[in-house]
Design a protein around this ligand. Structure first.
Ligand code: O7M
Length: 212
């Protein structure tokens, strides 16, 4: 079974709440990031809590350990159950997020490799592999790896073993849901759902991965 995570990058609060509520029965978690939180405020997390779905904070935290800790505390205090941080900042910075997540009984995921074309400039050549290994070493719950490059996901799986892989890049970025779902623990889908004429019909199609 693969989880279906909705990337709710909708900058209009009422629309975001409407889509989240309508799609909730078909998803396993909702990922919120800068687009929605900068437009609606962190309190949107509290408003989504009544849907009773795990909320993932995608701030791709990438600072010194103390600042990472302060950010992570705000995130979990706001009601999120997971935080996503970057890994290139090193073990101590990752650990700061992992430790706060553990204090709150939450999870921490580390970006190992990104999905867009330009990501290859810095993530390839061994860097993504190193970040994935560091994520394991730091006790992170899993990594983020690109649905646009299933062959890379397979390589990173070798490194992280049973830790979770969450994978964005399905749909709008060209990744194929069924192919990637076989390799990962969760697929992250945004525009292909929230920009669809009927988001519920769209998410229902993706939700096949939850039972496959
Ligand atoms: O399906 P999309 O392309 O509309 O949205 C994908 C979401 O995943 C969107 O919220 C991106 O910010 C995010 N994402 C990527 O697309 N690629 C990455 O490499 C990493 C992420 C991500 O979620 O990082 C945690």
């Amino acid at each position: 079974m693969t989880e279906l995570i909705l990337a709710l990058d909708v900058t209009e609060k009422e629309k975001a709440l409407r889509i989240a509520e309508a799609c909730a029965p078909h998803l396993d978690a909702i990922k919120l990031g800068y687009p929605l939180i900068l437009s609606s405020g962190l309190s949107i997390a509290g408003e989504l809590e009544e849907l009773d779905k795990p909320l993932i904070a995608d701030f791709k935290v990438a600072d010194i350990p103390n600042t990472n800790r302060l950010i992570a505390e705000q995130v979990f205090d706001a009601g999120f159950s997971s935080i996503i941080c970057h890994g290139f900042t090193g073990a101590d910075a990752i650990k700061a997020c992992v430790d706060v997540a553990a204090d709150y009984g939450g999870s921490c995921f580390v970006v190992a490799e990104m999905s867009h074309p330009g990501a290859t400039a810095f993530f390839h050549g061994g860097t993504a592999e190193k970040i994935a290994a560091l994520a394991v070493e730091c006790g992170a719950d899993g990594i983020i790896a690109p649905a646009t490059r299933p062959e890379r996901v397979t390589i990173l799986r070798e490194i992280v073993g049973k830790r979770k892989i969450l994978s964005p890049g399905v749909g709008a970025q060209g990744g194929d849901a069924a192919t990637v779902a076989k390799l990962v623990d969760g697929i992250i889908v945004g525009r292909a759902i929230y920009e669809a004429k009927d988001p519920v019909t769209a998410i229902t199609e993706f939700s096949a991965v939850r039972t496959a």
